[in-house]
Design a binder for this molecule. Structure first.
Ligand code: CO
Length: 194
């Protein structure tokens, strides 16, 4: 498992709800936490490790032995309130930062790995991170939500990511679109049906 970078196709995939949790999925979630910590991140969505599943992990401390590890499966956001602008980054767009306006507060309903329901009223950084990660599950990146001026500013950096991606593909470091779609199908058959 590795963190994929823009413009990897899974980052634009609208992921499917998880219908089944097993030991392998728990192991995948553990691996996601480890990758997130290694990259000093506070959140990581399944789409960012090329898994087409509606789940993400969060730890605001960005360290394994601090803070609280949260797993959100099939999250649903409701009751957005207020509006706040703040700088965001993303492990799939390393080194790129920009301001994004989002609701200041939001309610999230989700399940954890044990099938327990989470129902949290979020504010501050956690509200922002959860909204950013939920966007990933719908194939939306924070750069999509930047102002027109902000998008213009990051355009050269996005172009550079695209150039790097193309050259990695040419040397076979990144799978073809067909292979990626076949992988998506396999994961969805395992976790999203029945
Ligand atoms: Co992100």
């Amino acid at each position: 498992m590795q963190i994929v970078h823009y413009p990897h196709p899974t980052l634009r995939h609208k992921s499917s709800p998880v219908r089944r949790v097993d030991r392998q999925l728990a192991d995948l979630v553990r691996e996601m936490f480890e990758l997130m910590y290694a990259a000093n991140g506070v959140g990581l969505a399944a789409n960012q490790v090329a898994l087409p599943l509606r789940l993400f992990v969060v730890n605001l401390a960005a360290k394994p032995d601090e803070g609280q590890e949260l797993v959100f499966i099939n999250p649903v956001l409701t009751r957005p309130k207020g509006s706040e602008e703040s700088e965001e980054g993303c492990l799939s767009l390393p080194g790129l930062y920009g301001n994004v306006v989002r609701p200041k507060q939001v309610q999230v309903q989700a399940f954890d790995l044990r099938g327990s329901e989470l129902n949290l009223a979020l504010t501050g950084l956690l509200a922002r991170v959860v909204q950013h990660e939920c966007d990933h599950l719908d194939g939306v990146l924070f750069t999509d939500r930047m102002s027109p001026t902000g998008q213009l500013n990051v355009k050269p950096a996005l172009d550079e990511f695209e150039t790097v991606f193309q050259s990695q593909r040419e040397v076979g470091e990144i799978e073809s679109d067909e292979q990626i779609l076949a992988d998506h199908k396999r994961w969805q058959e395992r976790y999203c049906e029945g």
